[in-house]
Design a binder for this molecule. Structure first.
Ligand SMILES: Cc1ncc(COP(=O)(O)O)c(C=O)c1O
Length: 387
């Protein structure tokens, strides 16, 4: 097989789609400050508001309830900072989240813990789903916030958002979900999930990096992380990032209209990859939930082979994948997500995340299937650890 590049790291980020790139390029000429009163300013502002409507629409929200941020990390941190201020003013202080959140939620929760807030990190079962009994027991009259990610970035497991939202609301808590990996891949609906806050990020749906959104239900408290001007109703200061926001709007509109095709296409390719690996490589283990899983995500453990070595050999063959999440790679710690599902450190170390996308092809899958069995066999032959 001739060497080529096969990108299977779409959960880390996605390429900018051509339509979005063109629209952003054209928008660079609409340079006015979207807060300016003059005509060019009003034009820029109208584009921002159009984009807001498109972003709100993909999560079933009204335009008034979505603010723009710099990404998922900022949106998540804004919610936790809001809870800090809320808790400091008296009343409830309890926070319930999970062990498998993205580091930007985990570290924000740990910060609240350091500040004296009681924080509970829920366990997940061996498929990555939240233990609902444990959740019910963790909720009480002191619970201020429940924060559970809709879909996991490493293993793709999708939570029962309606049930979690219902429990959170019954306990009188605010309900936040980091839906960064869900938006554009599965249907998302803030009302069905009873979310008070929902985090989105643009670069996971074929839009630009450095743009995100936060849904804030009317009546839910919100404290700016960035103080300054009156932009975003005073909830997030800073001059509007017009081209980024416009790109987000278009990316969201296209993702919404193509959701069914996206799901069908990525699921078929992901299943082809999964079935091919299962039949070509002995003793592998598929991580995550067999059904409640993002259509594009496949996380696989290869006993007897080490994740970083697999990654390097695959990179040499032109295949771009991740061990765990892109944010956690670079550290040699085993994935906190896989450990939470009960995998031992050795298996967690020998795991690879394949995440496919709208540009993936059968040829890409077959290329991986053509290379990976040989790579694993070679690594297992060199390994001192049993497969
Ligand atoms: C689940 C999840 N939450 C949050 C983030 C952070 O989003 P951003 O890169 O827009 O800050 C990511 C990105 O990797 C993610 O996968």
């Amino acid at each position: 097989m001739d060497k080529r590049t096969v990108y299977m790291d779409y959960n880390a980020t996605t390429p900018l789609r051509a339509e979005v790139k063109e629209a952003m390029k054209a928008d660079l000429d609409v340079y006015a400050n979207a807060s300016s009163m003059h005509e060019l300013g009003r034009l820029a502002r109208a584009r921002v508001e159009e984009a807001r409507a498109d972003v709100a629409s993909i999560i079933g929200a009204g335009s008034d309830d979505v603010i723009f941020t710099s990404g998922g990390s900022e949106s998540n941190n804004t919610v936790f900072a809001t809870m800090f201020h809320r808790g400091r003013r008296g009343g409830r202080t309890g926070v319930v989240t999970t062990k498998i959140e993205h580091p930007c939620v985990l570290n924000a929760a740990r910060w609240l813990e350091d500040e004296g807030f009681p924080v509970r990190f829920l366990d997940v079962d061996n498929t990555g789903r939240v233990d609902m009994d444990q959740l019910a027991r963790a909720l009480g009259p002191d619970t201020l916030l429940v924060s559970v990610m809709a879909a996991n970035n490493e293993i793709g497991t999708i939570q029962d958002m309606e049930a979690i939202g219902a429990l959170a609301k019954k306990a009188g808590a605010y309900f936040h979900t980091d839906a960064t990996q869900a938006v554009g891949k599965i249907p998302v609906d803030v009302d069905r999930w009873q979310a008070d806050y929902l985090t989105l990020s643009c670069h996971k749906l074929y839009g630009p990096k450095g743009v995100g959104g936060l849904f804030i239900r009317k009546g839910a408290p919100i404290e700016p992380l960035i103080r300054g001007g009156h932009q975003e109703h005073g909830h997030r200061a800073g001059t509007y990032n017009n081209p980024g926001i416009l790109g987000f709007g278009l990316a969201a509109r296209l993702a919404k209209s193509e959701l069914d095709d996206y799901e069908a296409k990525t699921r078929a390719l992901r299943n082809r990859l999964r079935d091919g690996l299962l039949s070509a490589i002995p003793k592998i283990r598929i991580n995550g939930h067999p059904d409640f899983v993002l259509p594009n995500t496949l996380n696989v453990s290869f006993p007897g082979a080490e994740g970083e070595a697999i990654l390097l050999y695959m990179d040499l063959a032109g295949i771009e994948v991740s061990t765990g999440s892109a944010c956690a790679s670079g550290s040699l710690d085993p994935s906190h997500v896989l450990l939470a599902t009960g995998l031992g450190p050795e298996l967690a170390h020998g795991s690879i995340r394949f995440s496919l996308g709208r540009d993936s092809t059968e040829d890409d899958v077959d290329y991986v299937l053509g290379h990976l069995p040989g790579i694993i066999a070679r690594l297992r032959a060199m390994s001192t650890v049993d497969a």
